[in-house]
Design a protein around this ligand. Structure first.
Ligand code: PDD
Length: 276
């Protein structure tokens, strides 16, 4: 793997961030995770667009343009000789003595480029389990913010119960997973939570929507309840790392007959085409 800090490439274990850095002290920043296939960052433009939207949403004074980010990431991928792996890009409000108001300093940009192992085949073939958990996050979940404490706490509750993901519930509706978007299939329709301030507009979600369109499967964006989740024919999740992954039990209850669904598998196959 390779690291990048404010204009220079470094090794991943180099000590580079001063203690008084606002990402470190306040979580005052935003990030992106981009997957690389065959040395090519997948859906890069969409990720950069979302990164810029996140910066604007928290008033980060970036001076970089869309093209600057493109160049930075492509240079990073080349320098790291990254083939199959992840680009993690983080922007914070910079380095300044700890004080809540915005400092008048440049933003800090850091990046890691690391090879990763593909999602284990048995997870895809058998599907994973999930739990439902109260959505304890703030009101601006459309921002890809560094503040992931509620996400991490809910994820750990899931992991401690031997589940892979926690599916979050706010006011009686499913929002999303702790680090994924969540979908159900009912009577041939794919149903997923509509975009709002309560969920992250996943980049993989864009690809899922496109795949549904090409496969002629209705893609319905509407709220659904934990009951509808449990009564679904299929459940699956999506994100940059796991792509499209079947969920076969929720809160210990089988979804359908407890195996990955046909529509989930079709969407996954279509997604593989996009990656090429
Ligand atoms: N997380 N919702 C949340 C809360 C997320 O954190 C993520 C991604 C998604 C899916 O977004 P995308 O399809 O753009 O990856 C939805 C990344 C992978 C992470 O935090 O590691």
């Amino acid at each position: 793997g390779l690291g990048y800090v404010n204009g220079k490439f470094v090794s991943l274990d180099e000590l580079v961030i001063p203690i008084e850095e606002r990402g470190h002290q306040f979580g005052d920043g935003v990030y992106e995770v981009i997957h690389c296939y065959n040395g090519k960052p997948f859906m890069l433009d969409e990720h950069i667009e979302r990164l810029i939207r996140s910066c604007e949403a928290i008033k980060l004074p970036i001076t970089q343009t869309f093209t600057d980010f493109q160049e930075l990431i492509l240079t990073g991928v080349e320098n790291a000789q990254l083939d199959f792996g992840k680009v993690y890009l983080q922007i914070t409000r910079g380095i300044a003595p700890r004080n809540h108001p915005f400092p008048n300093v440049p933003v800090s940009i850091t990046m890691t480029l690391t090879e990763s192992a593909p999602t284990p085949v048995e997870m895809r073939e058998q599907g994973v389990s999930a739990i439902t958990h109260e959505d304890e996050r703030w009101a601006k979940c459309y921002i890809k913010s560094l503040n992931l404490l509620p996400n991490i706490l809910a994820k750990q509750v899931a992991q401690d119960q031997g589940s892979f993901e926690a599916i979050l519930v706010r006011d009686g509706s499913i929002t999303e997973g702790t680090s994924s978007n969540v979908y159900i299939v009912k009577n041939g329709d794919i149903i997923t939570t509509p975009l709002s301030n309560h969920i992250l507009a996943g980049i993989t979600r864009i690809a899922v929507k496109q795949a549904a369109k090409e496969l002629d499967i209705p893609f319905v964006e509407k709220n659904y309840s934990p009951d509808e989740l449990l009564q679904a024919d299929e459940v699956f999740m999506s994100n940059t790392s796991i792509e499209i992954l079947p969920i076969v039990t929720v809160d210990g209850q089988k979804i359908g007959n407890g195996v990955p669904g046909e529509i989930t598998n079709k969407l996954y196959s279509q997604y593989q085409v996009y990656k090429q």
